[in-house]
Design a protein around this ligand. Sequence first.
Ligand code: NAD
Length: 317
Amino acid sequence: MTQRANIAIIGAGLMGHGIAQVFARAGSRVRVYDPIRAPLDALHARIEANLRDLDEPTDCLSHISGHADLAEAVAGADYVFEAAPEKLELKRSIFADLERLAPSDAVLASNTSVMPIGTIVEGLATRERMLGTHWWNPPFLVPLVEVVGTPDTATHVVDQVMTLLAAAGKTPVRVMKDVPGFVGNRLQHALWREAIALVAEGVCDAQTVDMVVKASFGRRLAVLGPLENADLVGTDLTQDIHRTVIPHLDRTPGPSPYLDDLVAQGRLGVKTGQGFRTWTQEEAQDLRKRVFAHLRKLNAAERGPGGSNDTHSGGGS
Ligand SMILES: NC(=O)c1ccc[n+]([C@@H]2O[C@H](COP(=O)([O-])OP(=O)(O)OC[C@H]3O[C@@H](n4cnc5c(N)ncnc54)[C@H](O)[C@@H]3O)[C@@H](O)[C@H]2O)c1
């Protein structure tokens, strides 16, 4: 399969439109399905705005079409990437529809953040062509895609998707077991759980947690993974540190009661103006812009001085 594949994206939201952008920039023809009119109507303008922000050409927009009919969107597809809301029953029913409507040799992938792929495709007849591809937001700036097969996924399907993603400029990694949260979200939410516990226990406030991360190990994380770090300091020192600290780390077997209280109070974060801290819309917008600019800078640095913006938008590999 070449990188100029026929791609269908299910869901034109935050992730779906960005994944469509990556494949269109890589030369593929991309059809995007959404049952809701507004995200479909906004699809081209949203991608165009991203491309302009990135100083990238917009000619790939002509490779992308929006569809309100699922059968039409997946007709002739080589690969289907599902990026619908994170609800198990919805994803299960979408995969049942895809099995019926997509070409019988099309590869069907879910972008679920944390659900085991096996629970989404359970009971379907052609599970050998179904797998997870977990992208990160924004898909056109964050390189990683976790590729997750179930015990039923054919090895050649996983290989084929790894090749497709690499050809589109992504950094695909193979996850060997279909566990909840895969690799990235298990690591990320282990950190969030401890961050919430520190605030709940009054060790420090939310701003301090964020400052500690951003001004210390967060600075190194893009070039120094945790296990590289453990090797640098020595596994013996790591063992000594773990003997002292691990018994004190949070092990609440579910969402923290502190988090439950925030949600019960309607403190939902940026969208309600209050979460762990208070937010104005301007502050939230400013933060999003800073994240975007930071990711762009990292990608430019990886491309090096001779690197061109006029390649696909995969974000470097
Ligand atoms: N937001 C992130 O940072 C992020 C990162 C990685 C993975 N994900 C996962 O990607 C998926 C999509 O997340 P998102 O943030 O893009 O959500 P979103 O709400 O922005 O987009 C979801 C889209 O799906 C559409 N939709 C609703 N019902 C549908 C149906 N029956 N069929 C097809 N589309 C339907 C909605 O209209 C909406 O446009 C979720 O599984 C999410 O967990 C999200």
